[in-house]
Write a protein that binds this ligand. Structure first.
Ligand code: ATP
Length: 312
């Protein structure tokens, strides 16, 4: 089956920084694909090349088999793009904003009217469609933004961190709406640094760090990469740096990261049985005031692959 969106060898440098370095993946029809990485990992730069806003130094993008560089018009017509920055007209209503963007995409007026109502229903804003944008919450604006990207019935929706700065109610509405779209056969490229969202929405996930995809697969495949190791979170009181140095050397500890003032995250084989050894190890430097053992998840995989946590 032809992927809805595929890229190969995508690269972009800014001076000494390889913002995107040999990135490639393929998204099947109806598949939700997540690009998970911390700020600065290269997600926005990747997306900008996929939607034709930025010319890659190298690599190809195929949209439903059409080469973006060779036939940008045709390729772009199949893409719905939801940028990180919201650009809507504050003095227009939600419905008027959608109409404006629909006209911009060249949708015929008659077809557009019906499509706007469908899209409003999909994003759950039918009731508020006649309110001015400047009376909307950040989350409602984001939903109009998503709606605008859906008007022309794209095959793939590309979203750049769509829940950043969004209230919990809108966040839920956005994630529920995306799940419905995928059930209906839409492909998604979803970027986020929120593990929970990617785990919920996406069937496959690529972990991106310093411009490179360091792993990709289903959630289960990625989690299996850390084996049966557990994540252990410790809260310490005392000389945390000295305690951290000791914790790293405890037998069974695979990875260690400082995650905040006084908190440390470890990945360890059979972690739950290691707690007494960890508590003993820090003696003389610090006291363990709280512990939590978490079974393998994507966060653990991320730490394992990159040596950093997503919220660094
Ligand atoms: P964020 O979530 O913060 O947007 P990101 O994963 O989307 O992060 P990018 O914005 O793609 O990351 O940035 C990747 C790297 O490229 C970063 O080191 C960034 O500083 C650099 N970069 C991005 N755009 C430019 C630019 N126009 N000029 C110079 N450097 C840039």
């Amino acid at each position: 089956m032809t992927p809805t969106l595929a890229c190969e060898g995508l690269s972009k440098r800014y001076g000494d920084v390889a913002a995107v370095d040999d990135v490639g993946f393929a998204i099947a029809p109806g598949q939700a694909y997540g690009l998970l990485g911390p700020n600065g990992a290269g997600k926005t730069t990747t997306i900008s090349m996929l939607v034709g806003l930025l010319r890659p130094d190298a690599g190809t993008v195929l949209v439903g088999g059409t080469d973006l560089a060779a036939d940008p018009r045709r390729a772009k017509a199949r893409i719905g793009y939801v940028p990180q920055e919201i650009a809507l007209y504050p003095e227009l209503t939600g419905r008027e904003n959608l109409r404006f963007f629909g006209r911009l995409f060249g949708l015929p007026r008659r077809r557009l009217a019906g499509r706007i109502e469908e899209v409003l229903d999909l994003i759950g804003l039918t009731d508020r469609a006649d309110g001015r944008l400047d009376t909307y919450s950040g989350g409602m604006r984001r939903r109009i933004n998503i709606g605008a990207a859906l008007l022309h019935r794209p095959d793939v929706l590309i979203l750049d961190e769509p829940t950043v700065g969004v209230d919990p109610q809108s966040r839920k509405a956005i994630l529920d709406g995306l799940e419905l779209l995928v059930q209906d056969g839409m492909s998604l490229l979803y970027t986020s640094h929120y593990m929970e969202e990617v785990e919920r929405v996406c069937e496959r996930v690529a972990i991106i760090d310093h411009g490179r995809i360091v792993a990709d697969g289903t959630r289960r495949e990625l989690v299996a990469m850390v084996g049966s190791a557990d994540t252990i979170e410790l809260v310490l009181d005392g000389d945390v740096a000295a305690a951290f140095a000791k914790l790293r050397t405890v037998e069974g500890v695979i990875e260690a990261a400082m995650t905040g003032a006084g908190s440390v995250r470890l990945i360890a084989e059979g972690g739950r049985y290691l707690l007494p050894a960890l508590i003993t190890a820090v003696e003389g430097s610090a006291t363990v005031t709280a512990t939590q053992v978490i079974e393998p998840d994507l966060e653990a995989t991320f730490l394992h692959l990159t040596g950093t946590t997503l919220r660094d």
